[in-house]
Design a protein around this ligand. Structure first.
Ligand code: FES
Length: 109
C-alpha cells in the first residue's frame, strides 16, 4: 500500500466498536477507543488467532484462541502465550473518512 488508504466512513465506527479491514497482505483490526482510533494487525503472532473475534476491554484485546493479551494502543504483548508485539498502523480522520497507513519505519510488503 502506498500512503494513506481510505477504509470508510468514520461514523460507522462508534466509540467502543471495532472492525476488521482487509488490505493487501494484511488483516487489520481497527478500534474506536472513546473517540480515538487505533489499528493493529488482526492476526495473533502466537498461532494465527483472529483478534477481531477476541474480547476487547478498555484498551486491550484478548486472543480468542489461547488468551494472549495485547495493547490496542501500541500493540505490546501483555500476556502469554504470545511473546511478539502486534504490528501497528496509523489511523487518521480526514473529512469524516478513516484513513489507514503503515507505520513509517515498517515496509508494507
Ligand atoms: S493464537 Fe493467539 S494466543 Fe494462541
Amino acid at each position: 500500500m502506498d500512503g494513506w488508504q481510505d477504509i470508510g466512513d468514520a461514523n460507522l465506527l462508534a466509540p467502543g466498536e471495532h472492525q476488521v479491514v482487509e488490505l493487501p497482505g494484511y488483516s487489520v483490526l481497527v478500534v474506536n477507543l472513546q473517540g480515538e482510533y487505533y489499528a493493529v494487525e488482526n492476526i495473533c503472532p502466537h498461532d494465527g488467532g483472529e483478534l477481531g473475534e477476541g474480547l476487547i476491554e478498555q484498551d486491550t484485546v484478548t486472543c480468542p484462541r489461547h488468551g494472549a493479551c495485547f495493547s490496542l494502543k501500541n500493540g505490546e504483548v501483555l500476556a502469554p502465550p504470545a511473546f511478539e508485539d502486534l504490528r501497528c498502523f496509523q489511523v487518521r480522520l480526514d473529512a469524516g473518512r478513516l484513513l489507514l497507513a503503515e507505520q513509517p519505519e515498517e515496509g508494507w510488503g
